[in-house]
Ligand binder design. Structure first.
Ligand code: NAD
Length: 514
């Protein structure tokens, strides 16, 4: 079935515009201007001019701005949630929790902790005892941030907050599917009184994103698909600009024989269907060991049938819309491919005919295998395929049989067994007896291995990724010359040879730890 294209490029008076539609109702929301390459370059230049002053301010002062943004966000939470719900079609509760509450936590954490996390580090030197080493974390300059539509508020705000707290200026390019959320963010930062051009938003589509990558930014922070991530990595490689890539996932869930089945079933249903499955770390495939498979699956199906879907956004709906029409087509293709190859749908399996907007029923599938796209490729929709496995070893093997490696979950009553299994899974993070929470833990670095991305956001590691580390070597002792400076001599050569032996081949060297 042909889908209405909610985003349609149009030429108006020589300038390109995009129309934006609400996915839950297909109502036209308005249009945005597409920023040209010149617009983007000018924004980056303005950011560069503003950055010296911003980075010269103290952590406390930058933190005060961020806390003002947070306070305004709390005061305007309902109005911001309106924009998020309209642009994405998600239930209001999800807008309030994963987007707004998550954003408030990010603003608070980095406002209060950036100074501690980025303080100079003094290092003891094992060999050059006449020197001291200090590592200093310096801002990079202007950071270009490019974001997707699934959590358009949090995924735009959170990297921006980290970049700003570290002393950078930001140019954000939000998704063209949910641009009004990006503009609401710009308005919030402006109301908080941030100095001009410290945080700027340029709207547009992939061409605007590509222009930002080519605009001379000092770093690109990208969250989105593997397909776009590759293009960005190539462009950043050519320009020798560092980038962080937070890409897609196909997160496995392993249900062990000793799992609390009620908790595991509830966790599976939430992990697969929250945000209508449009979460990079959604539970996208389940491996359950044979002895508990039937009981687990029956409970999952029963709980899934209780879910309420629709365009309501006032707290009495569990599943919202599919935000992007292209994604809805992928979901339909994955289910059709699985059915053609022998899978069975136990509940759901189609677009929800009760609604005009873009809704797909929460779907549970069994008799699936790795020949099917639904077990290999990112579905990014409300689908929960369940594969029965002999034992935990087979579950780990299948979990790792993937080009992705974002996150994973292991369900067992034995936490240490969960930890051991976690260590065997090739993923950027693993949760035992829960799922989808790592991004919300401010202290935890977040990111993927394999095609799920490069680099980490969040926590100390993520914050430091918006800095370059500067090594500063200081003297402890000063003479007129150093031993290894000119003039070279036979005496110095003899000293070096004796030192070589003493350090690496003598009992004294061993005592010194060489
Ligand atoms: P997308 O790659 O289509 O678009 C993301 C952003 O990139 C948009 O703003 C888009 O305009 C821009 N863009 C497109 N082409 C570009 C180009 N050539 N150069 C620069 N920018 C360009 O992704 P999407 O469909 O918006 O988002 C869904 C994807 O995001 C899923 O794969 C999901 O797994 C992933 N995602 C990952 C994380 C994570 O943290 N790992 C979080 C959320 C979403």
């Amino acid at each position: 079935m042909a889908l209405l294209q909610p985003v349609t490029p149009r030429e108006l008076h020589g300038r390109r515009k995009l129309e934006v539609f609400a996915p839950a109702t297909l109502e036209r929301l308005g249009e945005i201007e597409v920023a040209s390459a010149d617009d983007v370059r000018e924004a980056v230049a303005r950011g560069r001019a503003a950055q010296a002053d911003w980075s010269a301010r103290s952590f406390e002062e930058r933190g005060r701005f961020l806390l003002r943004v947070r306070d305004l966000l709390v005061d305007q939470a309902d109005a911001i949630a309106d924009v998020i719900c309209r642009d994405t079609g998600k239930p209001r509760l999800e807008a309030m929790t994963s987007e707004i509450l998550g954003a408030c936590d990010s603003l608070t954490f980095y406002a209060k902790n950036a100074k501690r996390l980025l303080r100079d580090e003094k290092k003891r030197l094992h060999l050059m005892k006449t020197k001291k080493l200090v590592l200093s974390y310096r801002p990079m300059g202007v950071v270009g941030i490019i974001t997707p539509w699934n959590f358009p508020f949090l995924l735009a705000l959170n990297p921006s907050v980290q970049a700003l707290a570290a002393g950078n200026c930001v140019v954000l390019k939000p998704s063209e599917i949910t641009p009004f959320v990006g503009l609401a963010l710009a308005e919030l930062f402006a109301q908080a009184g941030l100095p001009a051009n410290v945080f700027q938003v340029v709207t547009g589509d992939g061409a605007t994103g590509a222009a930002l990558v080519d605009s001379g930014c000092d770093k690109i922070s990208f969250t989105g698909s593997v397909r776009t991530g590759r293009k960005i990595a190539e462009a950043c490689g050519r320009a020798l600009v560092p980038c962080t890539l937070e890409l897609g996932g196909k997160d496995p869930m392993i249900v062990c024989g000793d799992a609390d089945l009620e908790r595991a079933a509830r966790g599976a249903v939430w992990g697969a269907f929250t945000n209508a499955g449009q979460v990079c770390m959604s539970t996208e495939r389940v491996y359950v060991v044979e002895p508990v498979a039937q009981a687990f699956t029956e409970r999952v199906v029963a709980l899934t049938r209780e879910l309420r879907q629709g365009p309501e956004t006032e707290g009495d709906v569990d599943l919202g819309a599919i935000t992007s029409p292209a994604q809805l087509e992928i979901i339909e293709q994955h289910v059709a491919d699985a059915l053609a190859k022998g899978a069975k749908v136990l509940t759901g399996g189609r677009r929800n005919p009760a609604f005009k907007g873009l809704f797909f029923e929460p779907t549970v599938l069994v008799d699936v295998n790795h020949e099917m796209a639904i077990m290999r490729e990112e579905t990014f929709g409300p689908c929960l395929p369940i594969q029965v496995v002999r034992d935990e070893d087979e579950a780990v093997r299948l979990a790792n049989e993937s080009v992705y490696g974002l996150q994973a979950s292991v369900w067992t009553r034995d936490s240490w067994k969960g930890k051991r299994l976690a260590n065997r899974i090739a993923a950027g993070g693993v949760v035992v007896d829960d799922c989808i929470i790592t991004y919300g833990i401010a202290e935890s670095p977040f990111g993927g291995v394999k095609e799920s991305g490069i680099g980490r956001v969040n926590g100390e590691l993520g914050l430091k990724s918006y800095c370059h580390v500067q090594s500063i070597v200081l003297p402890r002792l000063r003479g007129k010359r150093e031993l290894l400076w000119y003039p070279y001599s036979a005496k110095t050569l003899g000293l070096v040879k004796r030192a070589l032996h003493l350090l690496y081949r003598s009992p004294l060297g061993k005592l010194l730890g060489s």
